[in-house]
Design a protein around this ligand. Structure first.
Ligand SMILES: C[S@@+](CC[C@H](N)C(=O)[O-])C[C@H]1O[C@@H](n2cnc3c(N)ncnc32)[C@H](O)[C@@H]1O
Length: 288
């Protein structure tokens, strides 16, 4: 028989928020998401039922989740999902946890892709499928290709597509543009690995549970970005757009790379905290 403890929803939240304060900037939110997950409740129910006693095995499960969070594991990995562009995405240790900054990349891309566009659109390094699925939800007529060099990440992306928007996205395995040789796109969108070696060392506690391949961009963080910008032109239709996310210190270098490659109408956009985060460029109709 299950016995109630003296632990209530409110007391567990209070104690775990205190424990998480040292390791998380969002201690209360983390605690709520983890407790709702352990209880199998919607988060909003925690408020109405805060006096409810929690069964011991659930309290123990929750306390183990809190310990893992304190060790640095992202909440999204612990609960197995993350909301992105109002889509609920499965997330595992094989995928990057989709970030709020990347919603800016989607927003910028949508500004360049007409509502009735048939594409084709390309999401390079799709991870959980976040960008491709957001684009698919907003541009119902567009053909979309999404690639990644990680088969386990592609399996998660395919699963997410199967639950959200089946048969809309063509997922392919391979190194950046390799899987789309000879194909042209109206827009290429990419959130590549761009963390510098130094940042990686400093933020290992925070980032170490996510795949290094999804985050590390070499000494300057530009290893992948440089390749993507330089290799994009043969894959863009005249008047097509390349949009990339990058580190907040990389804006000017990225804009220079776009220019040196022959892109026009280059702009960099800032994320919510006001840091340069996304750069776009137009591949001209007639390139000299
Ligand atoms: C920063 S994550 C972005 C994931 C997802 N697009 C998002 O925004 O949440 C970068 C992704 O690029 C993939 N990647 C890394 N190197 C790659 C390569 N050489 N070719 C294709 N994809 C690569 C990683 O596996 C990872 O899924």
């Amino acid at each position: 028989m299950n016995q109630a403890t003296d632990k209530t929803v409110a007391s567990l939240l209070r104690e775990s928020t205190r424990l998480l304060k040292d390791s998380s900037d969002s201690a209360r939110l983390d605690a709520e998401l983890l407790l709702a997950h352990a209880l199998g409740w919607q988060r909003v129910r925690l408020y109405g039922d805060s006096a409810t006693a929690v069964r011991p095995e659930i309290a123990e499960r929750f306390e183990r989740l809190v310990q893992e969070r304190r060790a640095g594991r992202p909440v999204a990995q612990l609960v197995g999902e993350r909301e992105f562009w109002s889509l609920s995405l499965k997330v595992t240790a094989d995928t990057l946890v989709p970030r709020a900054e990347t919603e800016l990349l989607v927003e910028c891309a949508l500004n360049r892709i007409p509502e009735d566009s048939v594409g084709p659109l390309l999401d390079l390094g799709t991870g959980s499928g976040a960008i491709a699925l957001a684009l698919a939800s907003e541009r119902p007529r567009a053909k979309i290709v999404a690639t990644d060099i990680s088969e386990p990440a592609l399996a998660v992306a395919r699963y997410n597509a199967s639950t959200l928007n089946p048969d809309r996205i063509d997922f392919r395995f391979g190194d950046w543009f390799r899987p789309v040789e000879g194909e042209l796109f109206a827009a290429v969108v990419c959130n590549p690995p761009y963390v510098t070696d130094q940042e990686w060392m400093l933020r290992k506690y925070e980032l170490g549970y996510e795949p290094a391949q999804a985050l590390r961009g070499g000494r300057s963080g530009l290893y992948a970005l440089r390749r993507i910008i330089e290799e994009a032109p043969p894959h863009l239709l005249p008047g097509g757009w390349l949009l990339v996310e990058h580190g907040f210190r990389q804006g000017p270098v990225i804009a220079n790379l776009f220019q040196a490659t022959g892109f026009e109408n280059i702009s960099t956009y800032r994320d919510l905290p006001g840091r340069p985060r996304v750069t776009e460029g137009l591949w001209p109709d007639q390139h000299e």
